[in-house]
Ligand binder design. Structure first.
Ligand code: COA
Length: 421
């Protein structure tokens, strides 16, 4: 039987026992913390002098103890510590257990070993508790202390961790993002099925679209632009360009009208910075064009659209379309857009709500132009109307701005001579 006495703490004042970290019968390792004491300046751990078994604890939480007080009994060899209250450190055996932190060290020193992610120096927690938190990656600020003066104990950390684990286990329908996920369904119970793996592009696109849809509050504004005159002009030029192998589609006109509108409304040619506090306005006009390929959607970028002629844009569009379908686009080809167009005009449909290609703040959807009766003030006239859909990030853009922007695009398309001004 070995008596353990409180070694010299460097203070003549009594220390409060704030935590007892072991029970009678516990087998402890050398240096394992047994008790946590607190002075007005520091929190100290009393470590086990050697490996052994605790046979008695003679103090309890709330006891006030001084150097030399009997604190426990231990199945070990000789008496540990000293019964002499006033015995100085140098009279203690060499193997005398010392508090883990230097006795009477200021609490800031005691907590300096804390590696929890945030500053927790203002929290009541002993060194061993802090060590435990550090090992488990627990942020002490999130733990509710149930001890005296809301002191955080090891049991509090255990309860905190248990709570987190239980929540994770009892909510199987929650993904890491906290969003509900679909349950696994065996569709074969309803009829024959086959399973096809998604392409890498589709999986990446799915991730990006989900993120963009969740991050940006979307609103979509629609308009029908009268492109009768524009189409008449385009068709009048087509033959000439066809001879040069250039296909002048409505899309190049739309790109030009878009850039003119972006110049008039720079907040649409911008991105929110990571803090969400600033808008980064871009002085370049790089337009992403969504291209459907057998493997999925890709968005190559046509650079400096403001500086290029319609025929150059038409050539580049054809090139990126071919490259996309041949899987030859590089990452650089798809980076740096300041705005994006998704055109389904060659396919059909009357309108759709495109998802913003973040970090762009808006996207223009283009549907198939169709002849519609338009009231000209005295009668209905057949006009070629191009349906446009503008989805915008409502964190950045107000509804009135969006309406003005889409009207501006429609005006440029209706009267393309305005683009010359
Ligand atoms: N309304 C009516 N007709 C339209 C139109 C519109 N809004 N947009 C294009 N068209 C016509 C074109 O004039 C062309 O007609 P033509 O064959 O009689 O000359 C036809 O539709 C096909 O045009 P397309 O080849 O799609 O050219 P584009 O310049 O409109 O598109 C790309 C360029 C790169 C987007 C295109 O090559 C492509 O990949 N298109 C597929 C559609 C797509 O993937 N959209 C994105 C989906 S998210």
């Amino acid at each position: 039987m070995t008596h353990i006495y409180l070694p010299d703490t460097g203070s003549n004042n009594a220390l409060d026992v704030i935590e007892i970290l072991v029970n009678v019968g516990d087998r402890v390792e050398k240096d394992q913390a047994l008790f946590t004491l607190e002075s007005d300046k520091a929190t100290l751990d009393v470590p086990a002098p050697e490996a052994g078994t605790i046979t008695a604890i003679t103090i309890k939480v709330g006891s006030k103890i001084k150097t030399g007080d009997l604190i426990a009994e231990f199945s070990g060899s000789d008496t540990i510590g000293t019964p002499e209250v006033s015995a100085p450190v140098k009279t203690l055996p060499v193997e005398t257990p010392q508090p883990v932190t230097k006795a009477a060290a200021p609490i800031a020193v005691a907590t300096a070993t804390t590696m929890t992610p945030e500053d927790t120096t203002d929290l009541y927690a002993g060194p061993s508790v802090r060590r435990m938190a550090r090992l488990l990656g627990v942020n002490l600020k999130l733990v509710t202390g149930t001890g005296d003066k809301e002191r955080i104990t090891k049991d509090d950390i255990r309860a905190h961790v248990k709570n987190i684990v239980e929540r994770a286990q009892t909510l199987p329908t929650q993904s890491g993002s906290g969003l509900p996920t679909m349950p696994t369904i065996d569709f074969s119970q309803y009829g024959p099925i086959e399973t096809k793996a998604l392409s890498r592009i589709k999986k990446l696109t799915a991730q990006n679209l989900s993120r963009n849809w969740l991050l940006a509050p979307h609103v979509t504004q629609f308009i029908d632009a009268d492109i009768s005159d524009m189409e008449a002009f385009r068709k009048s030029q087509s033959a000439t360009y066809d001879k040069q192998g250039i296909k002048l589609t409505p899309l190049v006109f739309i790109m030009k009208a878009l850039v003119a509108a972006l110049k008039a409304a720079p907040t649409f040619n911008a991105s929110l910075d990571a803090s969400g506090d600033n808008l980064v306005l871009k002085n370049y006009f790089h337009i992403g064009i969504a291209v459907d390929t057998p493997d999925g959607l890709v968005v190559p970028v046509i650079r400096d659209v403001d500086q290029k002629s319609l025929s150059t844009l038409a050539k580049e569009l054809a090139e990126v379309g071919t490259k996309a379908r041949a899987k030859q686009l590089t990452a650089a080809d798809m980076q740096g857009s300041s705005f994006t167009i998704s055109s389904l005009g060659g396919i059909g449909g009357t309108a759709f709500t495109p998802i913003i290609n973040l970090p762009n703040v808006a996207i223009l959807g283009v549907s198939k132009a169709a002849i519609k009766p338009v009231w000209d003030g005295t009668q209905f006239a057949p006009r070629l109307m191009l349906p446009l859909s503008l989805s915008y990030d409502h964190r950045v853009i107000d509804g009135a701005e969006a309406a003005r922007f889409i009207v501006t695009i429609a005006n440029y398309l209706q009267e393309i001579r305005l683009l010359l001004l």
